[in-house]
Design a protein around this ligand. Structure first.
Ligand SMILES: Cc1ncc(COP(=O)(O)O)c(C=O)c1O
Length: 378
């Protein structure tokens, strides 16, 4: 039995919607499919404005422009994340300041965030790793107290909840990713979410390639002109048509993946009790979205051997994130706040198991059995 790590989810409507977009002959950005995606995201997540982008990385770059990040500003974020969480801000000349994560959930440690704040700090960028939300009460309080922007990297966390509220709705600005590996995908894709009403007009200009085209379409000006630094962030209507089909079923996709997540969690309870491994910590405050199921093994050697063991059984399991503060560009463009022992240790011991819509019960049972067998032999 072969179990891939991921299979991008598909619904029945991607092709019909793309055909419709072709018939409407509006293939560039800013059309009806894009508008429908925006409405769904605004309503489902509870944010004031959504803007589709070509990727989560593009949404982060748009966030850095919108936050008016300048050379020499500092942005606090975890080292345990995808590189564009940092690179988007470094592109503006800012310095990513890396802090350590909690061992229970690999999310940014709020006490270390507070300690890393200095006179140049402009923003805090928490990442909801694996779709388990960060402690948003604490992070919001720190951001407010220090007058800092909170920019949520919710790339993993569509429909995850913190105290019943959707991830992506806490930050002044948030981003989502619709990369093929994410729960809801359009191959490549993302979104910028804006909650701060004072930022919405500028977000529209940045999204409109730095122009006031929006005012032109309302008849408020007779021609449009260059207003702000920007780029081409919006995806084509073909991508938006594909994404709409996915977003219309995002609750069902999330539910199916969450059930898979819960089954893994139950299956490995005994192995955790016997101290063979650690599972991600679920607390009463958070609701996972089934994005990533990971285990922390007792050593890197054991993690690597388990990956090999599973591979020999045609099961694809992967590690995650070379810490940014240890990577060449992370060293060149960022700095660490103190030591990051949890990030360094846990990233060597973390293993991700297959999760995707359509992973059937037999395949998942085979994965669980194989992990259990590894420990009974070792
Ligand atoms: C935490 C995090 N942020 C941002 C991104 C960037 O998203 P994208 O691949 O859509 O550019 C990713 C991608 O995997 C990610 O894992």
């Amino acid at each position: 039995m072969k179990v891939p790590f991921n299979r991008p989810s598909l619904t029945a409507n991607e092709l019909p919607y793309i055909e419709q977009a072709l018939k409407e002959a509006h293939l560039s950005a800013y059309g009806n499919f894009t508008k429908r995606c925006h409405s769904i995201l605004e309503e489902a997540i509870g944010v004031k404005s959504a803007f589709l982008t070509c990727s989560g990385s593009a949404a982060l770059e748009m966030a850095a422009l919108l936050a008016d990040i300048k050379a020499g500003d500092e942005v606090i974020l975890p080292s345990f994340t995808f590189l564009t969480t940092a690179s988007a801000f470094a592109l503006r000349g800012a310095i990513p300041v890396f802090v350590d994560v909690h061992p229970e959930n690999m999310n940014i440690n709020e006490e270390l965030v507070a300690a890393a704040i200095g006179p140049k700090t402009k923003a805090i960028v928490p990442v909801h790793y694996a779709g388990l939300p960060c402690n948003m009460d604490a992070l919001q309080a720190i951001a407010e107290k220090n007058n800092l922007l909170l920019i949520e990297d919710a790339a993993h966390a569509l429909h995850s909840k913190y105290k019943g509220q959707e991830a992506g709705s806490f930050g002044a600005i948030s981003i989502l990713s619709f990369h093929a590996a994410k729960n809801v995908n359009s191959g490549e894709g993302g979104a910028l979410l804006v909650n701060d009403p004072d930022l919405i007009e500028r977000a529209k200009i940045i999204w409109d390639k730095g122009t006031n085209k929006g005012e032109l379409s309302k008849g408020l000006v007779s021609f449009y002109s260059w207003q702000a630094l920007s780029s081409a962030f919006a995806p084509s209507e073909i991508t938006a048509a594909f994404l709409l089909a996915q977003l219309e079923q995002s609750r069902e996709i999330t539910q199916e993946r969450s059930l898979i997540w819960n089954r893994y969690h139950e299956a490995f309870e005994t192995l955790e009790a016997r101290e063979h491994l650690k599972r991600p910590a679920l607390t009463a405050d958070i609701q996972q979205n089934g994005h990533i199921y990971y285990l922390i093994l007792n050593s890197q050697n054991e993690r690597d051997r388990l990956i090999e063991f599973l591979l020999a059984r045609e099961i694809s399991a992967l590690f995650h994130y070379v810490p940014l503060h240890l990577s060449p560009a992370g060293k060149a463009y960022g700095r660490s706040h103190g030591n990051l022992p949890v990030t360094e240790d846990y990233s060597r011991r973390l293993l991700r198991l297959p999760v995707f819509k359509g992973l059937d019960l037999d395949s998942q049972a085979y994965v669980c059995r194989s992990v259990q067998e590894f420990f009974s032999r070792n």
